[in-house]
Design a protein around this ligand. Sequence first.
Ligand code: 13P
Ligand code: 13P
Ligand code: MG
Ligand code: MG
Length: 364
Amino acid sequence: MDITLSVIKADVGGYVGHSSSHPDVIQKAKESLERAKEQGLLIDYYVTACGDDLQLIMTHQQGEDSEQIHKLAWDTFVGCTDVAKRLKLHGAGQDLLSDAFSGTIKGLGPGVAEMQFTERTAETIVIFMADKTASGAWNLPLYKIFADPFNTIGLVIASNMHSGFTFEVHDVLKSKKITFNAPEETYDLLIFLGSPSRYALKAVYHKESGEIAASSSTQRLALIAGRYVGKDDPVCIVRSQGKFPAVGEILEPFASPNIVKGWMRGSHHGPLIPVSFREARAIRFDGPPRAIAAGFQLANGKLIGAADLFDDPSFDLARQQALAMADFLRRMGPFEPHRLPLEEMEYTTMPEVSKKLASRFQNI
Ligand code: 13P
Ligand code: 13P
Ligand code: MG
Ligand code: MG
């Protein structure tokens, strides 16, 4: 059975500030997707939030980039924005950068990760969702999951993974893409993945079979809007078990937190903390950046789940380490490298401040 899994997300208003989502907004989204399920457009759906980002997880048979599915997501976000406006939530409609839908939701603000595949006897899926960070944040964990044998022992000892994976990397500034095979081209791959603000890992494929293994959202809000509106807060779908990494191999990179861009005003470096659904609220200094992991089994397109995969004591130490990293970085206040480097501040609110002071600069 061919299934398309679409994860489409947007910040349509925060409660309180940019910290979390209001239950009425989530309820409105559920009602909208329930109608689409009754009408037969969706097989199933799961609605949740990560911080102030509303997440629509949908299964259907319309394929990727389906106008009908994208329109459903857009109309749902617009309806939820009305609720957010009525409650006067913060930044109501923040990520909806257009007045009208035209064929695809791509380029209108929301983040999109989709994949089409033939459902296996047991189709295990992990969906990562983040708040207070930028697309590209999955580069490091996806590299570890699909190319690092110290993370994924299956690359070494499982014959169906031993030949490796293919990585599709997008240059988000120049709108170009390139693919690399790992392990053969690992060093070439890492040159680009190591600069996640320019090169985002879009998809991963099982090399031998060509089957899709992972897909992430790479939309850049600031590049679409031409100004700072909020962070991308990306999502990522990973298939698991069989010829793909085990659930534990997919979660393992988050046991040693890495540093990502985002946090307060989208202008800082901070640790990406793996948290439970309940703790997916951006609180201290509007953060620190957070990731949740929702696990599902698919049953003829029905979403069996979600299992809250980071809700486990085995990630407590990672959380503690992330908090220590957060403390350490916060000491630097407005100084780099806590604050983002100058060239990246040009995509936030800094140009407005520098413009005001421009006339006071004198030649030396
Ligand atoms: P089970 O024997 O419980 O299926 O586990 C197999 C496995 O590979 C765990 O990583
Ligand atoms: P969001 O991108 O999650 O809305 O956060 C924006 C922000 O400015 C946080 O301080
Ligand atoms: Mg927000
Ligand atoms: Mg957000």
